[in-house]
Design a protein around this ligand. Structure first.
Ligand SMILES: O=P(O)(O)OC[C@H]1O[C@@H](O)[C@H](O)[C@@H](O)[C@@H]1O
Length: 248
């Protein structure tokens, strides 16, 4: 079915980096936020400032994960243990919530200034699915998912949205756990073995593998095909238009 095995009947898409060109905006916002924090830590402790790497640190610790998990994972990688704090913390408070709030302010400002572009190949693929009457979901860790879909003009293309807000409400652990994808498949009434996951993040393809999905499509926007395969992609494309090209 559309470049995938014939028994695939439902299609579950990550947002940032798969449907919209926002993975690089998130990476830039994380770099801004963590570098400001790391600089102030270096000043405070007299230690060395080692900046956040927007490619390697982003891929390993932040990409695809819920916001608070990304903050915790990266800080943990640097041996930094901060108090959790709460949603009421001011942005940049020296807590997991404070850093996460600062990052959200930054990403929202960047999105407001730059706008949101979808990937044309992804939009064409999803439109073809819709024309064929095949079920489609967005499964994103982002709490800003609905706003980003709307800004990209593609919020009407999906039957189900499982985003960071739904995950929190339902108590679903975030990617790389499979739960958000499994929730979407269940809502669409399709067994995981008959559903495909589309992901650009290492944590995301790992969710697809952990959930036993019938296909895990790694979308390689940054030259990390081997890592995507290693973490669970069963097929890797650079753009979803390649899957349409495979049609007779
Ligand atoms: O901060 P948000 O918008 O809730 O998004 C959480 C995460 O959503 C994921 O889609 C991105 O890959 C991450 O970079 C981001 O941190």
């Amino acid at each position: 079915m559309l470049g995938l095995p014939d028994d695939i009947r439902a299609f579950l898409f990550d947002l940032d980096g798969v449907l919209t060109q926002t993975a690089k905006v998130h990476a830039a916002a994380w770099k801004d936020t963590f570098d400001a924090f790391l600089r102030s830590e270096a000043d405070r402790t007299g230690g060395q400032f080692v900046p956040f790497d927007a490619v390697t640190d982003y891929d390993a610790y932040v990409d695809g994960r819920p916001r608070l998990d990304g903050t915790r994972e990266f800080l943990h990688s640097r041996g930094i243990d901060l108090p959790e704090g709460t949603d009421a913390d001011p942005p940049n408070a020296r807590t997991v919530h404070g850093i996460s709030l600062a990052k959200n302010d930054t990403v929202l400002r960047m999105i407001r200034e730059q706008g949101v572009e979808p990937y044309d190949g992804s939009v064409a693929y999803v439109r073809r699915l819709r024309a064929l009457g095949l079920p489609r979901a967005v499964v994103s860790s982002s709490a800003n998912c609905r706003d980003v879909l709307r800004a990209a003009g593609i919020d009407d293309l999906f039957d189900v949205i499982v985003d960071g807000i739904v995950a929190r409400r339902e108590g679903l652990p975030g990617k790389p756990a499979p739960d958000t994808y499994l929730h979407a498949a269940r809502t669409l009434g399709v067994e995981p073995a008959h559903a495909a996951v589309f992901e650009d993040a290492l944590a995301g393809v790992a969710s697809g593998r952990a959930g036993g999905f019938g296909a895990v499509v790694g979308v390689d926007r940054t030259g990390q095909a081997a890592e995507l395969r290693h973490h669970g992609a069963t097929v890797v494309v650079e753009d979803l238009s390649e899957l349409l090209g495979e049609q007779p």
